[in-house]
Ligand binder design. Structure first.
Ligand code: AMP
Ligand code: ZN
Length: 460
């Protein structure tokens, strides 16, 4: 397997620390709000990586964190804790917010056929490990204490700027607040933050050798990756937004605690953007959840297919129109497989081509091209095509072997559906509402899908 290593800015051969075993740590969600399909792009990418490595014969252990404390609105050391902010917004406790959005994340994983990592670990379940890590870093002389918390002195780590190619001299003290005035270097970051002395009491806080407070956001990832994968492990993944702050600081923490960085290869995904290039994010509002796709009558796996047509380092331009194109292609592919009755044997030539593309920095767009080439290849028997595609699906995760669910509807119902679509086209909302009610009275749930009215039988 060859992957692009952000640390060296090169595509490199992955050489496992031990035999054919690979340990992967993937930065996971901050559970203060929904994970949208932009966030899920990251998790689909790493799911593909794990599946591809397994397909290529590696034994993989994947660890993912759940950030449920310490991630501040600024990504740095200022601003409110995202979790406490979420709790206030919804009138729930921080713990309830964490549970609610962790569940939304797990549900999204399921809808998108993302395998659950072997270890999913929450920051709040690892406070002692994080305190112990600070003590290690402190014993090595990399910390100092301010009125605000325990800080990492980046001035003691000569290569601090290297990973993200930072220009430290260009960092300006725009805040000029108490926190930044007490820092030895503007790039220094909090390992432990003290609970505020005045203002409302934090819902999440713990005692520590330095005082009551909570861990800095970057600490959990170093503490938990090391706990579950060892002081050095193979691959660390995350979004490109993590390069300049979060992962740079994780590398510093590894250096401070162990004298070396923890991961051998750092792999990053680019963003899902909308037309015009704006990143899909909570603040811009141009987003969808996997759950919303499902209620719009779009199989969330059509989105997974769409992600497969992009390369993880290029990202994806998302629009409902693009998704519709992907949905048609995905259904065509699924139909193709389900219409072939028997399964033959896997084509060795195609399998080899498939493996070569996976190993070339996860060349998924080329993999999808290969899939379509196979469907049209007149030299391969249909039953062998089916066997080969189902074999590929171990990596693609598109449920190609699943029967397409069809519900028989009577001519009468079909007529009502067509009449409703015609009414909607003519913007005759009164008539379309009347027809909706008629369909509902006949026992159907009515949804407005991308390509018109969708009806589902209500099952009691
Ligand atoms: P957060 O919950 O904000 O910590 O984000 C979770 C993950 O989603 C991070 O690894 C981000 O890099 C990633 N992410 C956020 N927005 C996008 C996007 N529009 N496209 C792809 N990945 C994203
Ligand atoms: Zn992380």
């Amino acid at each position: 397997m060859r992957l692009y290593n952000t640390a060296t800015r090169k595509v490199e051969e992955i050489v496992p620390i031990k035999d054919k075993q690979i340990g992967i740590y993937s930065c996971g969600p901050t559970v203060y709000w929904n994970q949208h399909i932009g966030n899920m792009y990251a998790y689909i990418s790493w799911d593909l990586l794990v599946r591809a490595l397994r397909y290529l014969g590696y034994e993989v252990k994947q660890v993912m964190n759940i950030t449920d404390v310490g991630h501040l609105v600024s990504d740095g050391d200022e601003g409110e804790d995202k979790m406490e902010k979420g709790a206030k917004r919804e009138g729930l406790t921080v713990w309830e917010i964490a549970k609610k959005y962790e569940q939304q994340f797990f549900d999204s994983e399921k809808l998108l056929n993302i395998n659950r990592p072997e270890v999913v670990c929450a920051a709040t379940d690892h406070i002692p490990e994080q305190i112990a890590l600070i003590q290690k870093i402190e014993a090595n002389g990399f910390t100092y204490i301010t009125s605000d918390g325990v800080y990492f002195d980046t001035g003691k780590f000569p290569d601090y700027a290297q990973f993200a190619h930072l220009k430290l001299e260009e960092i300006k003290d725009t805040k000029r607040d108490e926190i930044s005035k007490e820092k030895r270097n503007l790039s220094d970051f909090a390992l432990w933050k003290f609970s505020p002395k005045d203002g409302p009491k934090r819902q999440m806080e713990w005692g520590s050798p330095w005082g009551v407070g909570f861990p800095g956001w970057h600490l959990e990832c170093t503490a938990m990756s090391v706990k579950y994968l060892g002081e050095t492990f193979d691959i660390h993944t995350g979004g490109i937004d993590h390069i300049p702050v979060h992962h740079t600081n994780e590398i510093a923490q590894g250096y401070g605690a162990f004298g070396h960085q923890t991961a051998h290869y750092w792999v990053h995904n680019a963003f899902v953007v909308s037309k015009g290039g704006a990143k899909m994010s909570k603040s811009t509002g141009n987003l969808f959840l996997a759950q919303e796709l499902a209620t719009m009558g779009i199989d969330p796996l059509a989105y997974r297919y769409m992600v497969l047509t992009s390369h993880y380092r290029k990202g994806l331009e998302f629009s409902l129109d693009n998704l519709k194109v992907a949905m048609v292609a995905y259904q065509k592919l699924k139909n193709f497989v389900s219409e072939i009755g028997v399964k033959g044997s896997v084509s060795e030539a195609y399998k080899q081509a498939f493996e070569t593309l996976l190993a070339a920095d996860l060349a998924m767009p080329e993999v999808i091209a290969l899939v379509w080439k196979l469907t049209k290849d007149v030299d391969i028997r249909p039953e062998d095509k089916k066997a080969t595609l189902l074999d590929f699906d171990r990596v693609l995760g598109l449920n190609l072997g699943e029967k397409i669910k069809t519900v028989e509807i009577s001519d009468e119902i079909a007529k009502l559906v067509m009449a409703r679509d015609a009414a909607r086209k003519a913007k005759n909302w009164e008539e379309s509402d009347r027809l909706r009610k008629e369909l509902e009275q006949a026992g159907f749930v009515v949804e407005d899908g991308l390509d018109g009215t969708k009806v589902k039988k209500m099952i009691k």
